[in-house]
Design a protein. Structure first.
Length: 79
């Protein structure tokens, strides 16, 4: 059994005019067209976006062992 729910939507006037024309042209109801468009939207999977690799650089190594608290403080204080 198929059930349908009635609802109220606010649709831009120009979109509604195009919907009415398309319904008349295709011999479908406006409800059929809206439902079909919503089904396509909800079933669509977003295209995978290929990400660019992150930049890398050579830092020249660490200036201090951050596990050595005293050495870290000396480096931060410029001693």
């Amino acid at each position: 059994m198929v059930s349908h729910m009635k609802t109220t939507l606010t649709i831009d006037d120009t979109v509604m005019a195009r919907l009415k024309r398309e319904a008349a042209r295709s011999g479908r109801t406006m409800s059929e067209l809206v439902e079909m468009a919503l089904r396509r939207l909800l079933q669509a999977k977003p295209d995978a976006v290929e990400l660019q690799p992150l930049p890398s650089f050579k830092s020249g190594g660490a200036l201090v062992d951050i596990a050595d608290r005293e050495a870290l403080y000396r480096a931060m204080e410029g001693r």
